[in-house]
Design a protein around this ligand. Structure first.
Ligand SMILES: Nc1ncnc2c1ncn2[C@@H]1O[C@H](COP(=O)(O)OP(=O)(O)O)[C@@H](O)[C@H]1O
Ligand SMILES: [Mg+2]
Length: 275
Protein backbone atom coordinates (compact mmCIF):
# COMPACT_ATOMS: atom_id res chain seq x y z
CA UNK A 1 0.00 0.00 0.00
CA UNK A 2 1.24 3.46 -0.92
CA UNK A 3 0.50 6.03 1.74
CA UNK A 4 0.61 9.75 1.09
CA UNK A 5 1.50 10.55 4.67
CA UNK A 6 2.91 8.39 7.45
CA UNK A 7 3.70 9.29 11.01
CA UNK A 8 6.06 7.03 12.93
CA UNK A 9 6.58 7.20 16.68
CA UNK A 10 6.02 10.95 16.65
CA UNK A 11 6.59 12.80 19.92
CA UNK A 12 6.37 16.53 20.41
CA UNK A 13 7.29 18.49 23.54
CA UNK A 14 6.71 22.25 23.72
CA UNK A 15 9.59 24.44 24.97
CA UNK A 16 7.85 24.77 28.37
CA UNK A 17 8.06 20.99 28.80
CA UNK A 18 4.47 20.08 27.88
CA UNK A 19 4.50 16.66 26.25
CA UNK A 20 1.76 17.32 23.73
CA UNK A 21 2.28 14.25 21.51
CA UNK A 22 3.39 10.83 22.69
CA UNK A 23 4.32 8.15 20.20
CA UNK A 24 1.81 8.82 17.44
CA UNK A 25 1.57 6.33 14.57
CA UNK A 26 -0.64 6.94 11.55
CA UNK A 27 -0.85 5.88 7.94
CA UNK A 28 -2.93 8.02 5.63
CA UNK A 29 -4.00 7.02 2.14
CA UNK A 30 -4.34 9.43 -0.76
CA UNK A 31 -7.85 10.82 -1.13
CA UNK A 32 -8.92 9.56 2.28
CA UNK A 33 -11.29 11.53 4.53
CA UNK A 34 -10.04 11.50 8.08
CA UNK A 35 -11.42 12.95 11.29
CA UNK A 36 -9.39 13.53 14.42
CA UNK A 37 -11.52 13.62 17.52
CA UNK A 38 -10.69 14.09 21.18
CA UNK A 39 -11.26 16.53 24.00
CA UNK A 40 -9.65 19.99 24.13
CA UNK A 41 -5.96 19.68 24.82
CA UNK A 42 -5.63 16.15 23.46
CA UNK A 43 -3.03 17.24 20.89
CA UNK A 44 -4.98 17.60 17.64
CA UNK A 45 -3.66 21.05 16.69
CA UNK A 46 -0.12 20.13 17.72
CA UNK A 47 -0.27 17.07 15.50
CA UNK A 48 -1.48 19.18 12.57
CA UNK A 49 1.35 21.66 13.03
CA UNK A 50 3.82 18.78 12.96
CA UNK A 51 2.19 17.36 9.83
CA UNK A 52 2.85 20.49 7.81
CA UNK A 53 6.27 21.33 9.17
CA UNK A 54 5.37 24.37 11.29
CA UNK A 55 6.55 22.43 14.34
CA UNK A 56 9.38 19.95 14.12
CA UNK A 57 8.98 16.56 15.80
CA UNK A 58 10.94 16.12 19.03
CA UNK A 59 11.21 12.43 18.14
CA UNK A 60 9.96 10.18 15.35
CA UNK A 61 9.34 10.66 11.67
CA UNK A 62 6.98 12.21 9.18
CA UNK A 63 7.03 10.46 5.82
CA UNK A 64 5.50 12.18 2.79
CA UNK A 65 4.96 9.99 -0.28
CA UNK A 66 7.44 7.47 1.02
CA UNK A 67 10.16 10.02 1.74
CA UNK A 68 11.20 10.92 5.27
CA UNK A 69 11.02 14.65 5.90
CA UNK A 70 14.41 15.76 7.17
CA UNK A 71 14.98 18.91 9.17
CA UNK A 72 16.20 21.00 6.23
CA UNK A 73 14.68 23.89 4.33
CA UNK A 74 14.07 21.93 1.11
CA UNK A 75 12.11 19.12 2.80
CA UNK A 76 10.17 21.43 5.09
CA UNK A 77 9.19 23.74 2.21
CA UNK A 78 8.04 20.74 0.21
CA UNK A 79 5.89 19.60 3.14
CA UNK A 80 4.42 23.09 3.71
CA UNK A 81 3.56 23.40 0.02
CA UNK A 82 1.77 20.08 -0.10
CA UNK A 83 0.07 20.03 3.27
CA UNK A 84 -2.17 23.08 3.73
CA UNK A 85 -3.74 23.99 7.05
CA UNK A 86 -6.88 26.01 7.57
CA UNK A 87 -6.56 27.24 11.12
CA UNK A 88 -9.38 27.12 13.63
CA UNK A 89 -9.51 30.89 14.09
CA UNK A 90 -9.43 32.72 10.73
CA UNK A 91 -8.06 35.86 12.41
CA UNK A 92 -4.75 34.10 13.04
CA UNK A 93 -4.49 33.26 9.35
CA UNK A 94 -5.79 36.30 7.49
CA UNK A 95 -3.80 39.50 7.21
CA UNK A 96 -4.15 41.20 3.81
CA UNK A 97 -6.41 44.07 2.75
CA UNK A 98 -9.31 42.86 0.65
CA UNK A 99 -10.53 39.34 0.01
CA UNK A 100 -9.00 39.08 -3.46
CA UNK A 101 -5.57 40.25 -2.28
CA UNK A 102 -5.73 37.96 0.72
CA UNK A 103 -6.52 34.88 -1.33
CA UNK A 104 -4.03 35.68 -4.10
CA UNK A 105 -1.19 36.11 -1.59
CA UNK A 106 -0.37 32.39 -1.39
CA UNK A 107 -0.48 31.96 -5.16
CA UNK A 108 1.80 34.97 -5.66
CA UNK A 109 4.21 33.44 -3.17
CA UNK A 110 4.30 30.21 -5.17
CA UNK A 111 5.69 32.30 -8.04
CA UNK A 112 2.86 31.47 -10.44
CA UNK A 113 2.16 33.56 -13.55
CA UNK A 114 -0.63 36.17 -13.46
CA UNK A 115 -3.09 34.13 -15.54
CA UNK A 116 -2.64 31.09 -13.32
CA UNK A 117 -3.01 33.21 -10.18
CA UNK A 118 -6.27 34.70 -11.49
CA UNK A 119 -7.58 31.28 -12.48
CA UNK A 120 -6.82 29.77 -9.09
CA UNK A 121 -8.10 32.70 -7.05
CA UNK A 122 -11.37 32.90 -8.98
CA UNK A 123 -11.90 29.17 -8.58
CA UNK A 124 -11.15 29.24 -4.86
CA UNK A 125 -13.48 32.22 -4.29
CA UNK A 126 -16.28 30.57 -6.25
CA UNK A 127 -15.99 27.18 -4.60
CA UNK A 128 -16.04 28.72 -1.12
CA UNK A 129 -19.00 30.89 -2.13
CA UNK A 130 -17.21 34.15 -1.29
CA UNK A 131 -16.70 35.58 -4.79
CA UNK A 132 -19.29 38.33 -4.25
CA UNK A 133 -17.11 39.72 -1.45
CA UNK A 134 -13.86 39.77 -3.40
CA UNK A 135 -13.41 43.55 -3.12
CA UNK A 136 -14.42 43.80 0.52
CA UNK A 137 -11.91 44.42 3.30
CA UNK A 138 -11.30 41.19 5.20
CA UNK A 139 -11.70 42.78 8.61
CA UNK A 140 -15.29 43.85 7.82
CA UNK A 141 -16.40 40.31 7.09
CA UNK A 142 -18.43 38.21 9.50
CA UNK A 143 -16.68 35.33 11.23
CA UNK A 144 -18.23 32.74 8.93
CA UNK A 145 -17.23 34.74 5.85
CA UNK A 146 -13.68 35.04 7.16
CA UNK A 147 -13.67 31.31 7.72
CA UNK A 148 -14.53 30.76 4.07
CA UNK A 149 -11.80 33.20 2.99
CA UNK A 150 -9.32 31.25 5.09
CA UNK A 151 -10.38 28.07 3.25
CA UNK A 152 -10.00 29.82 -0.14
CA UNK A 153 -6.55 30.96 1.04
CA UNK A 154 -5.39 27.36 1.24
CA UNK A 155 -7.25 26.17 -1.86
CA UNK A 156 -5.25 28.44 -4.15
CA UNK A 157 -2.13 26.58 -3.12
CA UNK A 158 -3.74 23.37 -4.48
CA UNK A 159 -2.15 21.21 -1.79
CA UNK A 160 -2.32 17.41 -1.94
CA UNK A 161 -3.47 17.28 1.65
CA UNK A 162 -5.76 19.83 3.28
CA UNK A 163 -6.09 19.97 7.03
CA UNK A 164 -9.03 21.78 8.65
CA UNK A 165 -8.71 22.44 12.35
CA UNK A 166 -12.25 22.47 13.78
CA UNK A 167 -13.73 23.81 10.53
CA UNK A 168 -17.37 23.95 11.60
CA UNK A 169 -16.87 25.06 15.21
CA UNK A 170 -18.42 28.49 14.77
CA UNK A 171 -20.42 28.16 11.58
CA UNK A 172 -24.19 28.04 11.39
CA UNK A 173 -25.76 24.76 10.32
CA UNK A 174 -26.18 25.86 6.70
CA UNK A 175 -22.54 26.85 6.30
CA UNK A 176 -21.34 23.78 8.20
CA UNK A 177 -23.13 21.63 5.66
CA UNK A 178 -21.70 23.69 2.80
CA UNK A 179 -18.20 23.26 4.15
CA UNK A 180 -18.65 19.51 4.55
CA UNK A 181 -19.89 19.36 0.95
CA UNK A 182 -16.76 21.21 -0.10
CA UNK A 183 -14.61 18.61 1.71
CA UNK A 184 -16.35 15.90 -0.30
CA UNK A 185 -15.60 17.75 -3.52
CA UNK A 186 -11.91 17.98 -2.60
CA UNK A 187 -11.68 14.33 -1.76
CA UNK A 188 -13.47 13.34 -4.97
CA UNK A 189 -10.73 15.20 -6.84
CA UNK A 190 -8.14 13.09 -5.01
CA UNK A 191 -7.18 15.58 -2.30
CA UNK A 192 -6.66 14.01 1.09
CA UNK A 193 -8.78 15.81 3.69
CA UNK A 194 -8.04 15.69 7.41
CA UNK A 195 -10.26 17.52 9.88
CA UNK A 196 -10.47 17.81 13.62
CA UNK A 197 -13.94 18.11 15.03
CA UNK A 198 -16.07 17.89 18.14
CA UNK A 199 -19.07 17.15 15.97
CA UNK A 200 -19.42 13.39 16.25
CA UNK A 201 -22.30 13.37 13.75
CA UNK A 202 -19.98 14.84 11.09
CA UNK A 203 -17.12 12.55 12.12
CA UNK A 204 -19.38 9.51 11.90
CA UNK A 205 -21.16 10.27 8.65
CA UNK A 206 -18.39 11.98 6.68
CA UNK A 207 -15.14 10.16 7.52
CA UNK A 208 -13.56 7.12 5.95
CA UNK A 209 -11.36 6.79 9.00
CA UNK A 210 -11.34 8.18 12.51
CA UNK A 211 -8.45 8.81 14.88
CA UNK A 212 -9.34 9.29 18.54
CA UNK A 213 -6.82 11.21 20.61
CA UNK A 214 -6.50 11.56 24.35
CA UNK A 215 -3.74 13.28 26.31
CA UNK A 216 -1.30 13.30 23.40
CA UNK A 217 -1.86 9.68 22.44
CA UNK A 218 -3.88 7.91 19.79
CA UNK A 219 -6.37 5.94 21.82
CA UNK A 220 -8.14 4.29 18.92
CA UNK A 221 -8.28 4.45 15.15
CA UNK A 222 -10.49 2.76 12.62
CA UNK A 223 -13.54 3.06 10.40
CA UNK A 224 -16.36 5.12 11.96
CA UNK A 225 -18.61 2.17 12.83
CA UNK A 226 -15.80 0.34 14.63
CA UNK A 227 -15.04 3.40 16.73
CA UNK A 228 -18.59 4.39 17.61
CA UNK A 229 -19.97 0.91 18.23
CA UNK A 230 -17.43 0.12 20.95
CA UNK A 231 -18.77 1.15 24.33
CA UNK A 232 -15.36 0.96 26.02
CA UNK A 233 -13.82 3.40 23.52
CA UNK A 234 -16.77 5.77 23.85
CA UNK A 235 -16.51 5.71 27.63
CA UNK A 236 -12.77 6.13 27.77
CA UNK A 237 -12.80 9.03 25.29
CA UNK A 238 -15.91 10.62 26.78
CA UNK A 239 -17.63 10.41 23.40
CA UNK A 240 -21.32 10.10 22.69
CA UNK A 241 -22.71 7.67 20.19
CA UNK A 242 -23.91 9.40 16.99
CA UNK A 243 -27.68 9.70 16.95
CA UNK A 244 -28.10 7.81 13.65
CA UNK A 245 -26.20 4.82 15.04
CA UNK A 246 -28.02 4.95 18.37
CA UNK A 247 -31.41 4.86 16.64
CA UNK A 248 -30.29 2.10 14.29
CA UNK A 249 -29.01 -0.12 17.10
CA UNK A 250 -32.20 0.45 19.10
CA UNK A 251 -34.44 -0.47 16.20
CA UNK A 252 -32.39 -3.56 15.54
CA UNK A 253 -32.50 -4.65 19.18
CA UNK A 254 -36.28 -4.34 19.18
CA UNK A 255 -36.50 -6.28 15.90
CA UNK A 256 -38.17 -3.35 14.21
CA UNK A 257 -35.90 -3.54 11.19
CA UNK A 258 -34.36 -6.44 9.28
CA UNK A 259 -31.24 -7.78 10.94
CA UNK A 260 -29.60 -7.75 7.52
CA UNK A 261 -30.07 -3.97 7.14
CA UNK A 262 -26.79 -2.25 6.33
CA UNK A 263 -25.52 0.25 8.86
CA UNK A 264 -26.72 3.77 7.96
CA UNK A 265 -24.10 6.51 7.76
CA UNK A 266 -26.49 9.43 7.61
CA UNK A 267 -30.10 10.52 7.97
CA UNK A 268 -30.94 9.65 4.36
CA UNK A 269 -29.69 6.08 4.74
CA UNK A 270 -31.53 5.66 8.03
CA UNK A 271 -34.81 6.88 6.53
CA UNK A 272 -34.28 4.48 3.62
CA UNK A 273 -34.14 1.56 6.09
CA UNK A 274 -37.31 2.75 7.82
CA UNK A 275 -39.32 2.79 4.61
N1 LIG B 1 2.50 26.92 22.49
C1 LIG B 1 2.32 26.02 23.46
N2 LIG B 1 3.18 25.96 24.51
C2 LIG B 1 3.01 25.05 25.49
N3 LIG B 1 2.01 24.15 25.55
C3 LIG B 1 1.12 24.16 24.53
C4 LIG B 1 1.22 25.10 23.45
N4 LIG B 1 0.20 24.89 22.60
C5 LIG B 1 -0.51 23.86 23.13
N5 LIG B 1 0.05 23.41 24.28
C6 LIG B 1 -0.41 22.28 25.13
O1 LIG B 1 -0.32 21.10 24.35
C7 LIG B 1 -1.41 20.23 24.62
C8 LIG B 1 -2.14 19.91 23.33
O2 LIG B 1 -2.76 21.08 22.87
P1 LIG B 1 -3.47 21.17 21.45
O3 LIG B 1 -2.62 20.50 20.43
O4 LIG B 1 -3.85 22.58 21.23
O5 LIG B 1 -4.79 20.27 21.69
P2 LIG B 1 -6.18 20.26 20.92
O6 LIG B 1 -5.98 20.89 19.59
O7 LIG B 1 -6.56 18.81 20.85
O8 LIG B 1 -7.16 21.02 21.76
C9 LIG B 1 -2.26 20.93 25.67
O9 LIG B 1 -1.89 20.41 26.92
C10 LIG B 1 -1.86 22.39 25.53
O10 LIG B 1 -2.00 23.06 26.75
MG1 LIG C 1 -6.96 22.48 18.74
Amino acid sequence: MDYILEVENLCYTYPDGTEALKDINLKIEKGEKISLIGLNGSGKTTLFLNLNGVLKPSKGKIIYKGKEIKNNRKDLNMLRKNVGIVFQNPDTQLFCGNVYEEVSFGAVNLGLCDDEIRRRVDRALISTNIYDYKDKAVHYLSYGQKKRVSIADILVMEPEIIIFDEPTSSLDLYHSKQVVKLFDEFSQKGTTVIISTHDIEIAYSWSDYIVVMKKGKVLAQGVPYDIFSKEDILRECMLEKPLILEIFENLKEKNLIKSSSSIPKNKKELLEILK
